[in-house]
Design a protein around this ligand. Sequence first.
Ligand SMILES: NC(=O)c1ccc[n+]([C@@H]2O[C@H](COP(=O)([O-])OP(=O)(O)OC[C@H]3O[C@@H](n4cnc5c(N)ncnc54)[C@H](OP(=O)(O)O)[C@@H]3O)[C@@H](O)[C@H]2O)c1
Length: 348
Amino acid sequence: MAERMELAKDYTISRVINGCWQLSEGHSLKSKIDKKDVMKAFHMLAEQGFTTFDCADIYTGTEELLGDFQTELKSGSTLSPQDIQIHTKYVPDINLLDKVDYSYTEKIIDRSLKRQKREVLDLVQFHWWDYNIPGYLETAYDLLKLKEKGKIRNIGLTNFDTKHLSEMVDAGIPIVSCQNQYSVFDRRVEKELLAYCKSNGIHLLCYGTLSGGLLAETWIGKTQIDPDNRSQVKYIQVMEETLGWEGYQELLVLLERMASKYSVSLAHIATKYIISQEGVAASIIGVRNSKHVEANSNIFSFELDQSDIDEITQFLSNFTILEGEPFELERTEGSKFRNIMKMNLNEN
Ligand SMILES: NC(=O)c1ccc[n+]([C@@H]2O[C@H](COP(=O)([O-])OP(=O)(O)OC[C@H]3O[C@@H](n4cnc5c(N)ncnc54)[C@H](OP(=O)(O)O)[C@@H]3O)[C@@H](O)[C@H]2O)c1
């Protein structure tokens, strides 16, 4: 069964969260999503204790999919909608940031409630594309008002850096979690954010742990990757800037050696390494189908020895960490990390 942790008072989550970006329209560059198989995967995951799901207002179709999943849970399952946790996001379009006000925010939150068929949103993770456009603090207060009104249970952030996260905390916004990219490819959170989260009781929820599937046996010995989806496009960029192709291949071999030792897969070692870091509450693993569900149920069947954790850390210390704070390159005008992102998806 999946390990659990208390994210907030009386609110627990599974330490591996089922990510739903992979199910949104526009994520895939080639293959199509089979909804029936996805529902099968959701049931299998929830029954194995992987009860927490991560979606977003801008991941087209995913909040509705989770709403449909709950309808299925109501009829003929041992689990009920109350047994699952749905983490969504509030990501106002960059073109609208200067117009965001209470009524706009409430409209988006009400839309998420309707799509998810929920009375209250378990966790709303707030994202703000551009700190130079004022309004993020006011919007966070509006989310707090909606929490007080009973529409939101917990407030989190996503892709915030340490400075702006601390601004929120100092302003009295009760932030329970911060969702950021953290993997053996991208260790920017280790510079400052992770320590800040630890000392302020904020839980880090990590995405990118498997780098869109690049952390898998299948890439050992290959000389290039033809990306299948938008995650892979992004993580190839990250890998090229940090490990480089040679370092990536060496890392795969190292992780595979450890995987054989524990009789698990390379992806499990990559995940376990991240969730073993102090301050990390959970890792989010993208689900596209039922293919990996059975294997991934083994993630909690073993513990990484400290010597193996140390060996991976030692290996990574030979390579450069991405420049800046978490999500800083993604916010920088002209950067290739920013150029691949879509920032106006909410009003579609
Ligand atoms: N806040 C944000 O800005 C943000 C950004 C990105 C993602 N996220 C969240 O994080 C989630 C994860 O997204 P991600 O882009 O970081 O992807 P990821 O979780 O690093 O990669 C997911 C892919 O890994 C592969 N995989 C899964 N289990 C595996 C296993 N046991 N062995 C080998 N491969 C395995 C699958 O690829 P195949 O299907 O190809 O086999 C799957 O589609 C998203 O769904 C979303 O919820 C949030």
